[in-house]
Design a protein around this ligand. Structure first.
Ligand SMILES: C[S@@+](CC[C@H](N)C(=O)[O-])C[C@H]1O[C@@H](n2cnc3c(N)ncnc32)[C@H](O)[C@@H]1O
Length: 265
């Protein structure tokens, strides 16, 4: 099968495999061998169209998910409290690849000023309807329409999983570095590959035809990429999937702080 996104969340809670295994089964390959940025526009167009198509069932599955994920709530709460301690009561945060906005809304409930950004106009429309008090924009995390130092925090929850070329991951991390204030915090959540970095193609998700790839990360490599992009890693958490709540993949969370110096490559 193909593991569907994290938005996949709760797919299995309902006994439904939210993945999109095609007739030929999953097509797994080494992401490092995918050519660089020249594929990014095409990939992002396919991701955008896929999430536009799957928005309604995705919202049904995912929107209440944090209720069943105490470790995620704890990490998000620690992220919020750390930002508030260092930047004041209402730090500004970018929720990159926000989907229907449930993670950003949780942070907003803790006092953060959240802007959600997503490639999919349909997701942004649903997020806006679900959370009228919050701000959402259509955009790509690989080319953020925000000034340098705009945010004190950024999160990317199961969204860099669609950046299947190294060039795209590098572009997104570079954009997070550019748009974060000095000492700002980045919190990233991904699925881990069982045997290192890999991507899987999906042509169906939650009963809807899609055409996009999901990346499963190697944690050491991701941590190295984050460090090279100008961050110091503050914490890493690997957790098993919650049974009956989400797709059964191991998950990793990386909390990192922006620093001025980049590691020379
Ligand atoms: C699996 S969903 C996760 C949504 C939400 N963060 C969550 O945790 O439920 C992935 C989301 O990332 C968005 N996305 C993928 N690539 C993106 C990009 N380059 N820039 C912005 N959003 C992107 C998709 O449109 C989709 O809404």
């Amino acid at each position: 099968m193909t593991r569907a996104s994290e938005g996949d969340e709760q797919g299995e809670a309902h006994g439904v495999d939210a993945g999109g295994e095609g007739a030929s089964g999953p097509r797994t390959h080494n992401a490092a061998k995918i050519p660089g940025g020249d594929r990014a526009p095409d990939q992002q167009a396919r991701v955008r169209m896929s999430y536009d198509a799957v928005t309604d069932p995705y919202v049904d599955r995912v929107h209440g998910e944090l209720r069943h994920k105490p470790l995620d709530r704890a990490l998000l709460t620690a992220f919020a409290e750390q930002l508030q301690e260092e930047f004041g009561d209402s730090p500004s945060v970018c929720d990159a690849g926000c989907g229907p906005g449930q993670v950003g809304a949780f942070l907003a409930s803790l006092g953060l000023a959240v802007t959600g950004i997503d490639l999919s106009p349909a997701m942004v429309a649903r997020a806006t309807a679900l959370h009228p008090g919050l701000s959402f924009e259509v955009g790509s995390m690989t080319a953020l329409a925000a000034r340098d130092g705009r945010w004190q925090g950024a999160i990317a929850f199961y969204s860099i999983i669609h950046l299947t070329s190294d060039a795209e991951v590098s572009a997104a991390l570079s954009e997070f570095h550019r748009t974060l204030a000095d000492r700002g915090l980045l919190l990233v959540a991904v699925h881990l590959g069982e045997q290192g970095d890999a991507t899987v193609h999906a042509d169906e998700m939650l009963g809807v035809a899609v055409d996009m790839d999901f990346r499963f990360f190697d944690l050491e490599r991701l941590t190295g990429d984050i460090t090279s992009a100008g961050f110091e890693v503050v914490a890493r958490l690997v957790r098993s999937p919650y049974p009956d709540v989400e797709v059964q993949t191991s998950r990793a969370y990386v909390l990192a702080r922006r620093i001025e110096e980049r590691v020379a490559s």
